[in-house]
Design a protein around this ligand. Structure first.
Ligand code: GUN
Ligand code: ZN
Length: 410
């Protein structure tokens, strides 16, 4: 790949603060390996023409929590979490036993990520190994970056979706061998128990053991809905609390990303902090399912890493900009406002750090991989107006270019 130089307006997430720097005229150089080799203000008299006028360049978005087999059920309302799972989600996810269907939706899923400017996603795959393999193949061809799991479930769901623990772990092991750290870590495999309710003790134990043996990322749902929490307490009477179910099985680690975390007790937050686990904040999904509001400011103050998740299909959009807007609203509901710059930081570098990728992506600094996007944006001259337009304008401007490791995602 030939080296390339980009000149234009740039937003650069800062490493030491939840903030972004705005450079109204900057030069970004990408080397032949897709790494950023230089970045800084354009020198006076710079002869390089502006690249894609009318856009602003920034690191690609990181979706810290999204469900591949829910691509076609975005915005389907059927009540709160457990009813929505039974009525809307499980029937759709059962279709992924069919490899042809999985291939078709995998292409749609990749297109939706790219159209939204998402360059990295932490994805819940199908519970069907063949469909999760189809997703890996599509992500590889699209040149996206992703962490993908076989969604583990062996109980409390229709038989068409369940895979018995031993079979699931063998299938997961095969996916690790084929895809984990593929293309120098562009694709990774994540151990993905759907949530405590869908897993037997044997499956949770095997999942924890698999994750430890390979040092794999882990993702699951935690404390999203009151009925779910009560059901977990009934199903796991030996656990001190919901998070303890995961902790007991080696699934609460610094490589774990917990989705939602709305109703955690102080004890659970303490366990989470001590483990160094991260949170995927999914505010649009939380509004849509009426799950509640995650206390974002308080979580950040505890020093817990947080990324933003679309949680498609409970989330009604793939756009991390819309998710950031929902996070803004959710923070207001909590009475603890967050800044637009902070939200853009969470949607990029914050998400990268939550997924353990903060040394590789999420900044425009030399040495970082060139996962960058160009988003159409109005010609406003102050940073605040630009951030507001990017995050809160309801007619979201299109994403004009999406590069992963310097190469166009397609
Ligand atoms: N909990 C278990 N499965 C799911 C899911 O697919 N979506 C959400 N939002 N929560 C879950
Ligand atoms: Zn989810």
């Amino acid at each position: 790949m030939p080296p390339r130089t980009i000149r234009g307006r740039c937003l650069d997430p800062l490493p030491g603060a939840r903030d972004v720097a705005y450079l109204p005229d900057a030069v970004l150089e990408i080397d032949e390996n897709g790494h950023i080799s230089a970045f800084g203000p354009a020198p006076s008299g710079c002869a390089i023409p502006e690249t894609l006028p009318g856009t602003v360049w920034m690191p690609g978005f990181v979706d810290a929590h999204v469900h591949f087999p829910q691509t076609r059920i975005v915005g389907r309302s059927s009540g709160a979490l457990l009813d929505w799972l039974a009525q809307t989600v499980f029937p759709e996810e059962a279709r992924f036993a069919d490899k042809t269907y999985a291939n078709t939706v995998a292409a749609e899923f990749c297109r939706a990520l790219i159209a939204s400017g998402t360059t990295t996603a932490a994805v819940y795959g199908s519970s069907h190994p063949v469909a999760t393999a189809a997703l890996f193949t599509a992500l590889d061809r699209s040149h996206l970056r992703a962490t993908v799991g076989l969604t583990l479930m062996d109980r409390a769901a229709p038989p068409a979706l369940c895979l018995e623990a031993r079979q699931a772990l063998v299938a997961a092991e095969a996916l690790v061998a084929r895809w984990h750290e593929h293309d120098e870590g562009r694709l990774r495999f994540a151990v993905t128990p759907r949530f405590a309710l869908s897993c037997s003790e044997a499956l949770l134990e095997g999942a924890g053991e698999l994750a430890a043996r390979h040092g794999l990322p882990i993702q699951t749902h935690l404390s999203e809905n009151h009925a779910e929490i009560a059901a977990v307490a009934a199903a796991f009477p030996g656990a001190a609390h919901y998070l303890d179910v995961y902790a007991q099985h080696g699934l609460c680690t610094e490589r774990t990303v917990f989705g939602h975390c709305i109703h955690l007790s102080d004890d659970e937050w303490t366990v989470m902090q001590a483990a160094g686990a991260a949170v995927a904040h999914c505010p649009d999904s939380n509004f849509f399912l009426g799950s509640g509001v995650m206390p974002l400011r308080r979580t950040l103050e505890r020093g817990v890493r947080v990324g933003l998740g679309s949680d498609v299909g409970a989330g009604r959009t793939f756009s991390l900009r819309r998710i950031a807007a929902a996070a803004y609203d959710a923070a207001l509901v909590c009475g603890a406002r967050v800044e637009p710059a902070e939200l853009l930081w969470l949607a990029t570098l914050g998400g990268a750090q939550a997924l353990g990728l903060g040394d590789a992506i999420g900044r425009l600094a030399p040495g970082y991989e060139a996962d960058v996007i160009a988003v159409a944006a109005p010609e406003v001259d102050d940073r605040a107006a630009l951030l507001d337009a990017l995050l809160f304008s309801h007619s979201t401007e299109p994403v004009r270019n999406v590069l992963v490791r310097g190469r166009r995602a397609v």
